[in-house]
Design a protein around this ligand. Structure first.
Ligand SMILES: *[C@@H]1O[C@H](CO)[C@@H](O)[C@H](O)[C@H]1NC(C)=O
Length: 375
């Protein structure tokens, strides 16, 4: 019995060492200054539900296999093509039968927009991966899923747009210095818009997460060339940050997973600092992210089924940003634009943008003057 002590201790040490190796390069980032937090824009009128350019076009039913699905896809494609041409676009398409649609193959199309450092080879970059689903539930008829997840998609478009100029500046400065080839240097970001999250009839293993399941499986099988730093695209995901059911007033977004609690704490800290600096518009009863002090012993298995599942199952680190308890309008026809709380939506867009900037270590390129800030 005692003979097992040493190997176990050794095993633990080895795990710890590995853990440090994997985690440290990412947590070594510098917090954004107050000045920088001040410059983070909220998206303002772009989230207007009638005519705002980000959200309004996708406040429509977006059921896979219908015209609304195509309209939503076109909205994303046009936005990135026109405004963020440096982001590489990729489709991940699949088809499946569903219990509601008989023998017909329903198309599911995930969209990925990726911004890597220009110097990286395939399989070399580690990617902050910001995720939301864009499909909407088939029932009740006319359902448009404003919190579920039109608003999160629009928030991610905003994040991409606002971090882009800093990413560009950082890449060009680093290229000029001939840097690259270390984990800190080879950081990129990708926005993943998943299709087919919703069940067509009722939630089961096979009637749900159509897009996420197909993609996680495909990525697991897509080995990078030999000697790549990362084995496959799953391995490149430094953090899978999933936004879902956001946009209602007074949200509570708990910390769900101990292994990524440190990242939750970073975001909670950003929210708290922004509130204290008077940079947020909403006046919730408590912070959106109230769990920064959660103790390790308080973590239990999360039973929330969502797009992270097939990725988490394959070892990808997950930060799940979901209102829990779910919004009052959840899966009701009232989950529409009018029931969104716009100050909350705009605050989320600021918080997530600041989190991404901090993750990407943008203090390195902190703007010296306010003049460059967009609105
Ligand atoms: C994936 O599906 C979309 C939407 O139908 C289509 O526009 C796109 O060309 C497809 N891409 C690939 C690679 O099959």
């Amino acid at each position: 019995m005692s003979g097992r002590v040493i190997p176990m201790a050794f095993h633990t040490l080895l795990l710890l060492a590995l853990h440090q190796f994997l985690i440290l390069p990412v947590v070594a980032y510098t917090a954004l200054s107050d000045h920088f937090l001040n410059l983070v824009p909220s998206g303002g009128d772009d989230f207007n539900i009638e005519n705002g350019k980000l959200l309004a076009p996708i406040l429509i039913p977006r059921v896979p296999g219908t015209a609304g699905q195509t309209t939503a896809q076109q909205h994303f494609v046009n936005f990135f093509t026109n405004e963020l041409p440096e982001w590489k676009m990729e489709w991940f398409n699949s088809t499946s039968r569903t219990p509601a649609t008989g023998n017909k193959q329903i198309p599911f199309a995930n969209l990925l927009f990726k911004r890597e450092p220009p110097w990286v080879r395939e399989g070399q970059s580690n990617l902050l991966t910001l995720v939301a689903h864009y499909d909407s539930k088939m029932t009740p008829e006319g359902f448009i899923g404003a919190t579920d997840s039109a608003a999160p998609c629009a928030i991610l478009m905003h994040v991409a747009r606002e971090i882009d100029r800093f990413v560009t500046q950082m890449h060009s400065e680093m290229s000029a210095l001939g840097e690259g080839g270390t984990v800190e240097m080879d950081m990129g970001v990708q926005i993943l818009l998943l299709d087919g999250e919703e069940a067509f009839v009722s939630w089961t293993e096979t009637d749900s997460l159509y897009g996420a399941r197909a993609l996680a499986e495909q990525w697991e099988m897509s080995a990078h060339p030999a000697k790549s730093f990362y084995r496959n695209p799953l391995d490149q995901i430094s953090m899978f940050v999933l936004l879902d059911l956001l946009g209602e007033a007074n949200p509570t977004v708990p910390s769900l997973f101990l292994p990524t609690h440190w990242a939750y704490k970073s975001m909670a800290k950003i929210e708290d600092r922004m509130r204290k600096l008077g940079l947020l518009e909403s006046t919730p009863k408590h912070n959106f992210l109230p769990d920064a002090e959660k103790q390790a012993s308080a973590f239990h298995k999360s039973h929330i089924e969502d797009d992270h599942k097939p990725f988490m199952f394959r070892g990808v680190p997950i930060l799940h940003l979901i209102t829990s308890p779910f919004p009052d309008v959840w899966h009701k026809i009232t989950d529409d634009g009018e029931h969104l709380d716009m100050p909350t939506v705009r605050d989320w867009s600021k918080i997530v943008t600041a989190f991404a900037l901090e993750w990407l270590d943008m203090m390195e390129v902190e703007p010296k003057e306010d003049s460059g800030a967009s609105t």
